[in-house]
Structure formats: C-alpha cells, structure tokens
Design a protein around this ligand. Structure first.
Ligand code: 8Y7
Length: 288
C-alpha cells in the first residue's frame, strides 16, 4: 500500500503525531561530557538549551536528548550520572520548547523520571530488552516509544557482527519488541520501529537494510531511521565524521523513499531541505 493512504496517528502530552503525510525530523542533542569543554564535571545547561533552540529554529520536529554515548566501544553510564545529565535538560526543554522531547535511554528509571518532567517519547536503543521494567513504564504513561534493533551491546556490537539474513533477523527482533510493549498495555500505533543502523552491523548490513527498508513497513508501524554521520558513510566515502553531510543527505533521501517516517539527524537545517524535496517527490507533500 502507498504511504500517505495509510496514516498512523495518535496524541500524547499535547502533541499530535500523524505519520505517513510527511517526514518528521528528530534532532540529536547529546548531553555527554565529550560534548562540552569543561570535561563533564558540570554540564552547561544553557549551551544544551541553545543547541536545542537552534535545531527547532532549523526545522526539528522532535529533540532527542541522550546522556550516554552509544558509539561503538563506549561504556555504560551509571544511573545516577545519567539522571544528573538528562533530567535538568528535559525539564527545561519540555517547559520552553514547542516541540516534543524524546529521551534516548534504555533505563526504565531514567524514562520514568524524564516522562514525569515532561518528556514525550522514549528512544530505547535496545528495543525494550536492556531493562525488564521499560515496557511497563512506557505502557503506564502511554507514550510513544522507539524500539530499535541492536545486536550485542555498544561496547561489543562492532566485533564481527554476522547474520544469516540481516533484514529477517532485525524484523524478528523488532516484532518481539512490539510484542513486549503491546503485552504491557501500550497501544500498538505508539510503537515506532528502527532497524538500528550501525548497531552491530557491517557496512554491507547497513546498505542492505536501507536497500530493503520497505520490508520493515510491512510490520505496520511508524519507522525511524538514523544514519546521520555514521561510520558506514565514512567508510564508503573515506571521509571523517565532519565531512559526511552529503553522504548523510543521500541516505536521508533514500530512507524517505523507502518509507521512513522519522529521520534522526545532527544537521537539521541541511536535512530539512532534503526532507522537503523527498517529501514533495515521494509523498506529494508540500511543506509550508
Ligand atoms: C540511533 C539512535 C543513536 C539510531 C535511534 C549516533 C541514540 C549513534 N543512533 N537512536 N541513537 N536510532 N532510535 O551516531 O539510529 O547518533 S547514537
């Protein structure tokens, strides 16, 4: 079935989501120490807020706040530290911004406290597997949740990932994540699925997922894709992380052609142009 004839809609926390009409842009807001010059003893709240405001100005529909780096090889962050990084930012942004706040966490306690402070969405890179309490938390609030596929952990995921059929295995994992959420009582339409580009995948796995993206749409859920500046682009183009804008643009355009409903990006202003063009071509949607 054509996208756009099949609109997935719901409201939560005063925000309405209507997937299928146009592509939503999720802007990345890292609140990890390496993002800041002071080495992490003290987070510059105002700098994080500035960055969020500028992404909204540039066209972000959602701001994704994350307190743990999940780059390959990175270590987990203790609960207390993650709460300390994330909660003040969430509280201020939820009060001051006119777009919904997503919280990138796999810890149920972080999710619970962030949702109490006004967050609208939870982005779980483990697809509800890391913390057995996560399904009940998102179900109790009735908030949208991103169920992402990962093979392994951020620490070890890039150590020789193998699949018989990467799309089949990722789909199975996402189906189980949907089941966990629905079983806990969350309405199915609030589960957003994500194949987890770069999370336990080789360059060829990532390319095959993007090539076969439409197969994920068959699960009937809204679809998020995060390719922004990722290492598969760097490896293909032989470019460092600060020179991957055009490579990212190509993946964003093709993700939308493949049925993505949300794209998670760092360079919001630039990708807004890509999204507008792709939405006009793919969906016949003209951004205002
Ligand atoms: C993704 C993500 C990251 C992604 C979702 C990076 C937190 C790595 N990537 N969440 N997070 N999807 N849902 O390079 O692809 O931004 S972190």
């Amino acid at each position: 079935m054509e996208q756009g004839l099949n609109v997935l809609g719901f409201s939560y926390n005063g925000y309405h989501f209507s997937f299928g009409q146009r592509t939503y842009i999720m802007g990345v807001l890292n609140v990890t120490p390496d993002s800041f010059s002071d080495g992490g003893l003290y987070f510059d709240l105002d700098r994080a807020l500035e960055r969020a405001y500028s992404m909204v100005e540039a066209g972000a529909d959602i701001i994704d706040v994350g307190g743990e780096s999940t780059r390959p090889g990175s270590d987990p962050v203790p609960l207390e530290e993650e709460l300390r990084r994330v909660l003040p930012v969430v509280e201020r942004l939820a009060r001051e911004l006119k777009v919904p706040i997503s919280v990138d966490t796999y810890k149920a306690e972080v999710a619970r406290q962030a949702l109490e402070r006004g967050a609208t969405m939870i982005n779980d890179i483990t697809g509800l597997r890391a913390d057995p309490r996560m399904p009940e938390v998102v179900a109790r609030f009735g908030c949208p949740v991103v169920v992402m596929h990962i093979k392994g952990t951020p620490k070890n995921m890039q150590e020789n990932p193998t699949y018989e059929d990467v799309v089949a295995e990722v789909k199975e994992y996402l189906l189980e994540g949907i089941r966990l959420a629905v079983e806990a009582g969350l309405p199915r339409e609030k589960v957003i699925i994500d194949p987890g580009i770069g999370f336990g995948k080789t360059v060829d796995h990532n390319l095959e997922i993007l090539r076969r993206l439409k197969e994920f749409k068959a699960l009937g859920q809204a679809l998020l894709v995060g390719t922004s500046r990722k290492s598969f682009i760097g490896k293909l183009l032989n470019l460092p992380v600060n020179e991957r804008l055009l490579g990212t643009a190509a993946t964003v355009a093709l993700s939308i052609a493949g049925g993505a409903d949300i794209v998670r990006v760092h360079d919001v202003g630039e990708m807004k142009q890509v999204v507008q063009m792709a939405d006009a071509i793919v969906r016949g949607y003209h951004h205002g």
